[in-house]
Design a protein around this ligand. Structure first.
Ligand SMILES: Cc1cc2nc3c(=O)[nH]c(=O)nc-3n(C[C@H](O)[C@H](O)[C@H](O)COP(=O)(O)O)c2cc1C
Length: 206
């Protein structure tokens, strides 16, 4: 119970959505009436271990950003969005994105964010043509200084399977991941993905 007295994460400023009951019967965040769905006990477990967390993600149309912000709120994590001028909304932008993803082209993402000093890093990206979007692959190609504990979250238009995306990430992450999540864009927007998110957060804490 003491864990419910721990400070609620506010860095990402998430205020959306209605109160949320975890489907396994546990009570959610003490501030869920204000719109937060996080499981404070997990939140507390992370804090108890002084787990400093960074979320690095790329998003073109906003879905992965929404998910990244929710996870940041739950984990009190720092957030860094990768930017890539090469891709834009619209037919031409999507064609370029699809073509690059298919052929494994690594676009310019500027200076890669450092993960030094973090105990846990989450990597997020949309799936493009069955593969993680090229900006996150470009980031991984810089051989970043990732900690041993890494979690991966992907968003997609359809339910999968997403074996090719996973295989590409496994190749780029020598230690694999401690938690993995693929949520559809619809489920992220509607909030249905919160069940999956809770289980992802539990895997991260495990
Ligand atoms: C160029 C392009 C290719 C895509 N390819 C796939 C795909 O192969 N499989 C899938 O399920 N969704 C695919 N999608 C849908 C996106 O993965 C999905 O909408 C995602 O949530 C978008 O994330 P974002 O809003 O953070 O950019 C594609 C979207 C784009 C723009």
């Amino acid at each position: 119970m003491t864990l419910f007295n721990l400070t609620h994460g506010e860095k990402a400023g998430f205020r959306g959505g209605a109160g949320f009951d975890l489907l396994d019967g546990r009570q959610g965040c003490a501030r869920r009436n204000e719109g937060c769905w996080c499981d404070t006990r997990l939140h507390g477990a992370q804090k108890g271990k002084d787990m400093k967390t960074l979320i690095i993600y790329y998003s073109l149309t906003g879905t992965t950003r929404t998910l990244a912000r929710r996870l940041a709120t739950a984990l009190d994590a720092d957030l860094t969005e990768l930017t890539c001028k090469r891709y834009s909304r619209g037919v031409f932008g999507y064609l370029m994105a699809a073509f690059d993803s298919l052929r494994g082209h690594l676009p310019d993402i500027g200076a890669a964010p450092s993960a030094q000093g973090y105990d846990l890093v989450l990597l997020g990206a949309p799936i493009w043509v069955g593969r993680p979007a090229p900006p996150i692959r470009a980031y991984l190609a810089t051989r970043p200084d990732l900690p041993e504990r890494v979690g991966v979250f992907l968003t997609s238009g359809g339910p999968g399977p997403h074996g090719t995306a996973d295989a590409i990430l496994r190749d780029a992450l020598p230690n694999g991941w401690v938690a993995h999540l693929v949520a559809t864009d619809k489920s992220v927007k509607s909030g249905e993905s919160r069940t999956q998110e809770s289980s992802f957060l539990r895997d991260l804490a495990g």
